[in-house]
Design a protein around this ligand. Sequence first.
Ligand SMILES: C[S@@+](CC[C@H](N)C(=O)[O-])C[C@H]1O[C@@H](n2cnc3c(N)ncnc32)[C@H](O)[C@@H]1O
Length: 210
Amino acid sequence: MAQLSSISPKEHWQQVYAARREAELSWFESVPNISLDILLTPSLHRNSPVLDVGGGASRLVDALLDRGFTQLTVLDIADTALETSKQRLGERASGVRWVAADITQWQPDRLYSAWHDRAVFHFLTTEEKRRAYRAAMEKAVAPGGIVVIGTFALDGPERCSGLPVQRYSAKSLAAELGDAFRWTATRRTEHTTPAGNVQRFQYSRFVSEP
Ligand SMILES: C[S@@+](CC[C@H](N)C(=O)[O-])C[C@H]1O[C@@H](n2cnc3c(N)ncnc32)[C@H](O)[C@@H]1O
């Protein structure tokens, strides 16, 4: 795989997805149980708009469709990853909004009741990129809306897919998001990759302050 310095982030991720099948990706989950557990709060209804940021080929969209959610958007920098999900979902894909975009440059055109990100924010290793991500989040999440971010924990891997990551505790992630988002829950979890390696994650839920 080419080095990130010589190719764009989009090309990098397209190459990562081209190199492996969905179930061979290190972050593959057949059922995203922790995401569902922390995301599905009583305030979230089936008609609540939900955005999966950097959703890639994740099966969170399948699980939310199974639960009757009707306003789902999946955004990813790699449109080929979105294609994988569309192919898997078949006819059900037409009920989902698919957005091929870099989250640090994306301009939302609507408000969301929930923002979900598993293993995307931790790739933003510069303050400039994190600021752009937060700006998109502040524009996109409705007052009182939920934000769930899952990152590698402080004792998690230092790299993924050939890229360095910024690891977080619940406290450091809350500090990173700032006062606009109030922390409400955290789960620590161990993800076992298809190759059998254990990766420690931490997921936090926040509420957008009205
Ligand atoms: C480790 S994968 C996680 C995918 C998915 N969230 C999951 O849990 O299966 C990281 C994902 O983030 C996407 N990504 C990386 N940087 C991005 C960016 N700046 N904007 C949008 N998506 C991005 C990648 O294409 C990839 O799908």
